[in-house]
Design a protein around this ligand. Structure first.
Ligand SMILES: *Cc1c(COP(=O)(O)O)cnc(C)c1O
Length: 379
């Protein structure tokens, strides 16, 4: 690794300054819509942008209904509750993920169980899932139980890493055999699709994030989507303090949450959504540049897995081993080119070290080798 790689990155990003991993870009109606919120005084928990966003987002994700919420983590938390997860249950997920996936499971009162990922998609592996369920699952009239822990396996939450789609159709088929609902953590995969079907439209319920580092942002925000109208109505109810409609009385008929996305954040994300295709095109161009040139620097770009139509969210390279990875991270970051390793596996974090897991061969392989490189939109 030498200075030539840094020069190459700086030339492409047209900057000699610090180059972040994925900064947001505002190239549309953001200021107009934000001003509109202020002028109208509707900056908070009700307003026309929330409604507009929910309608546009359901259409965008090919789902029947979307509910806007404060962030992706709360979207996942409520999605799990909607899928029937409650205290004492278990949820199957991958250890190679951002901590929010696993935290949401615990917020819902359940314990995570870690199943390995595929090497190419970096998302939950249907092969590993099938073999886990064959070994441990017992289908009973009251639910599917884990023979190892005695707990009910209440849901399966795969995550589409960096916008690559995991083999979600196979995962849904396997889960159907065991009566386990699927909740997609689609926080990173907005705009990606698998075999022509939109990310977030496979699960019973799915969660998205519009944090500042995602492909489009609300400042902070998230969304719950579903094709089940009744569950979607419940999503709205739970995320708005479970208040029953009434002209003046405060009647809350169950334990709800104050998770509603403020109008000001909805205004921002409405403007961002209008520019989605433009953002995606620019990101695709960057990926093509990487694909054609990184080999000259001895770097191996991670290629788009089969059947994914990718949103080009975070691009990555595969290093030979942990030592090479650490050297690459050290060199690039010292030169103002931001790079980041993939996440530490969840069972290495103190709160998740005792969770049940399989061998995790692929997750361990990827953890030591994958590094994200600057993937932002070049204007
Ligand atoms: C960003 C992210 C989340 C959480 O989103 P927030 O809006 O930051 O709460 C959840 N899961 C994954 C995989 C993410 O990347």
């Amino acid at each position: 690794m030498d200075e030539k790689f840094i020069d190459f990155i700086q030339e492409n990003f047209k900057s000699k300054d610090f180059i972040p991993l994925h900064p947001p870009v505002f190239i549309g109606n953001e200021k107009i819509y934000l001003n509109d919120c202020i002028d109208s005084t509707f900056v908070s928990s009700v307003g026309p942008y929330v409604n507009r966003f929910e309608e546009e987002f359901a259409e965008f994700t090919q789902t029947k209904k979307a509910t806007a919420v404060v962030n992706g983590t709360s979207a996942l938390h409520v999605s799990l509750r909607l899928s029937g997860v409650s205290a004492g249950d278990e949820v199957i997920t991958q250890a190679l993920t951002f901590v929010a996936t696993t935290n949401a499971i615990v917020y819902a009162g359940a314990a995570p169980v870690f199943v390995d990922v595929d090497r190419d998609t970096m998302g939950l592996s249907p092969v590993a899932l099938k073999s886990f369920l064959e070994e441990f699952a017992e289908v009973k009239p009251t639910g599917t139980f884990n023979k190892f822990s005695g707990k009910r396996i209440a849901a399966c939450m795969p995550m589409h890493t960096f916008g690559f789609m995991c083999r979600i159709d196979e995962i849904v088929n396997i889960c159907n055999l065991y009566n386990i609902p699927v909740v997609e953590d689609a926080a990173e995969s907005l705009g990606s699709s698998y075999k022509g079907k939109s990310s977030g439209s496979f699960g019973l319920v799915s969660g998205f994030s519009f944090n500042g580092n995602k492909i489009i942002t609300a400042g902070g925000g998230g969304a719950i989507v579903s094709n089940d109208i009744e569950l979607s109505q419940k999503a709205k109810h739970l995320t708005t303090t479970a208040k029953e409609p009434h002209p003046w009385e405060y009647v809350h008929n169950e334990l709800g949450y104050n998770y509603r996305m403020p109008n000001i954040n909805a205004a921002l994300v409405c403007a961002q959504l209008e520019k989605f295709q433009e953002i995606l095109t620019k990101k695709r161009n960057l990926y093509d540049v990487y694909k054609n040139n990184l080999v000259d620097f001895g770097l191996q770009i991670v290629e788009i897995p089969e059947d994914t139509k990718w949103n080009y969210w975070l691009m990555s390279v595969l290093l030979d081993n942990k030592k090479e990875r650490d050297e690459f991270l050290k060199f690039t970051n010292s030169k103002g080119v931001m790079t980041r390793p993939i996440w530490q596996l969840m069972f290495k974090l103190p709160m998740y070290e005792n969770c049940q897991r399989d061998k995790q061969e692929n997750a361990l392989f990827l953890e030591e080798r994958i590094v994200n490189i600057p993937s932002g939109v070049i204007l």
